[in-house]
Design a protein around this ligand. Structure first.
Ligand code: HEM
Ligand code: NAG
Ligand code: NAG
Length: 183
């Protein structure tokens, strides 16, 4: 995919349970505004700088129509050419699971094109475009468009911070024998 490399801490313990209610309360939705995104990250000890850098993870991957439908049909801070190009694969009714890439320029390359999309009002999710919407994070987005080394360095630092959120220690959790299931 390209992109930067970083050191990953070993020996991480997995939880033996999952919580639907905590997932819904703590993971920001794609309908979130900037202030909600910032406070959700701060709640986990991540900064606004981390939020903007980590959102660059959307340089790869795809999202379902149901997560961006309202944006392409009803929002005004979107490039109309971009919005129209998505509508055939994401009708106003139906096709909920149809996929579109976050970074339509280079969907399988880890680069700074995601931020270039935001500057051109081509953000796929409402939450993506919030990072460049005449607000406090515009300057950071612009700096990543100009300098991808700057994005890579910040991404590495931020994803190391994310990997250090509330690690389980001692007897908490377990080391899975098969990473897909609890022991
Ligand atoms: C800032 C808050 C975030 C929001 C609101 C958000 C929202 C979303 C949504 C709605 C999807 C599509 C899910 C689906 O359609 O089923 C998605 C996919 C994805 N997200 Fe995020 N995300 C956020 C942060 C992140 C972060 C921090 C990373 C990684 C550093 C990340 C990496 C990805 C990737 C790689 C995919 C594509 C998965 C695939 O194609 O299978 N996102 N995100
Ligand atoms: C767009 O807004 C209109 C008027 O509020 C609403 O009826 C419609 O369901 C919305 N469409 C989508 C796709 O969100
Ligand atoms: C930012 O504000 C300007 C001037 O009001 C407006 O033309 C532009 O569409 C806004 N940009 C975004 C991304 O909302």
């Amino acid at each position: 995919l390209g992109g930067p490399e970083w050191e990953v801490l070993l020996g991480r313990r997995d939880s033996t349970t999952a919580s639907l209610s905590e997932a819904n309360s703590d993971i920001p939705s794609p309908a979130s505004d900037l202030s909600t995104l910032i406070s959700a990250f701060v709640k986990k000890g991540l900064s606004t700088n981390d939020l903007v850098a980590l959102s660059g993870g959307h340089t790869i991957g795809q999202a379902r129509c149901s997560t961006f439908r309202t944006r392409i049909y009803n929002e005004t801070n979107i490039n109309p050419l971009f919005a129209n190009s998505l509508k055939s694969n994401c009708p106003s009714v139906g096709g909920d699971n149809n996929l579109s890439p976050f970074d339509f320029q280079t969907p399988v390359v880890f680069d700074n094109e995601y931020y270039n999309s935001l500057v051109n009002s081509n953000g796929l999710l409402h939450s993506d475009q919030q990072l460049f919407n005449n607000g406090s994070t515009d300057s950071q987005v612009s700096s990543y468009v100009t300098n991808s080394d700057n994005f890579f360095a910040d991404f590495v630092s931020a994803i190391q911070n994310m990997g250090a959120i509330s690690p389980l220690t001692g007897g908490q959790g377990e080391i899975r024998l098969n990473c897909r299931v609890i022991n």
